[in-house]
Every structure is written in structure tokens, then in C-alpha cells.
Design a protein around this ligand. Structure first.
Ligand code: MN
Length: 159
């Protein structure tokens, strides 16, 4: 199989052991209503996984404290590996010893409108049941203090 955007996703998982989908990049994806899912993931540390349908995969962030509800509140959102579109409705138990072991439930699902989507900024309006309104995400990178990682972003509501 040719290398693709899901290589990192696949390399972390043993699909004979996890119930998670293998999945493929959807090259045919031309979407009128891009979909979003937020999964509540009771892994080693509880976090919420935000996944946005984009260019045939799910661009993903792990948010330790959940989506911030109030304007101007910034929360850490760690950019994680792209997931397959088949992950939009995944929920279940990832077995002990496997990557991301723990229970995953769907916290919310819906669609979103894109205002901007590139490597330096994502700005979208969510139309979910619980997740609604305009949000921005941007990378903050490694801190001058040496803390953090290159995958660190911030998510915040936009007024
Ligand atoms: Mn997760």
C-alpha cells in the first residue's frame, strides 16, 4: 500500500486487537456538509477528541479539558494523527495494552462550516447538538521555557 495520511494512525494500532476501524483515505471526498465528532475518551488520562472531516480524513486534536464553553477561554488542544472517516461513529472499548486503551463514547456529532483551514489556523462554525458556534484553533508550538510540544495547539471560542 502506498504511504498516505493514515500511516501514523495505522502504525500505532494492531487491528487484530482493537475494535477501531482500519479505514482508508477517501480520495473521492467532495463534501457539502463536512462532519465533526467529539469523542469522550477515558484513556490513561481523560480527554476529548475533536475530529473534523477534511480532505478525506479526520483532522484530530486531543483536548485534555474539553471544548471551552465561554468566549475568550483558551484551552490546550494537542494535534494527533489523522483518523479515517470511518472513525466518525466509532465508540467502544479499546482493550488494555492497546494504543489509547479505555472507553470511548460519542460526546457530540454534527456538521461544521469552514472559514479557514490551514497549518497555521483553523476557524470553523460548529452545528452540533452540544457543540455550536464559531471556534478557532491555532498552533502554539514548543514554549521558550522548553515546555510543551510541536503538536500543541489552542482551541478557543470566537465571539
Ligand atoms: Mn483519544
Amino acid at each position: 500500500m502506498a504511504p498516505d495520511k493514515l500511516d501514523r494512525y495505522r502504525s500505532k494500532r494492531d487491528f487484530t486487537a482493537t475494535p477501531e476501524p482500519g479505514g482508508d483515505v477517501d480520495d473521492a471526498a467532495t463534501v457539502e456538509q463536512a462532519r465533526v465528532v467529539v469523542q469522550e475518551h477515558h484513556a490513561t488520562r481523560l480527554h476529548w477528541d475533536l475530529r473534523l472531516e477534511h480532505e478525506g480524513v479526520l483532522a484530530s486534536w486531543a483536548i485534555p479539558n474539553g471544548i471551552p464553553p465561554t468566549p475568550k477561554e483558551n484551552r490546550l488542544a494537542v494535534r494527533t494523527e489523522d483518523h479515517p472517516l470511518q472513525y466518525l461513529d466509532f465508540h467502544g472499548e479499546i482493550p488494555k495494552g492497546e494504543y489509547g486503551a479505555g472507553t470511548m463514547t460519542i460526546w457530540d456529532t454534527g456538521t461544521y462550516e469552514t472559514h479557514k483551514f490551514d497549518a497555521q489556523k483553523v476557524e470553523v462554525t460548529f452545528h452540533g447538538e452540544r457543540l455550536t458556534g464559531r471556534y478557532g484553533l491555532f498552533p502554539i508550538g514548543r514554549r521558550a521555557s522548553g515546555g510543551g510540544s510541536d503538536h500543541d495547539w489552542v482551541v478557543h471560542p470566537v465571539e
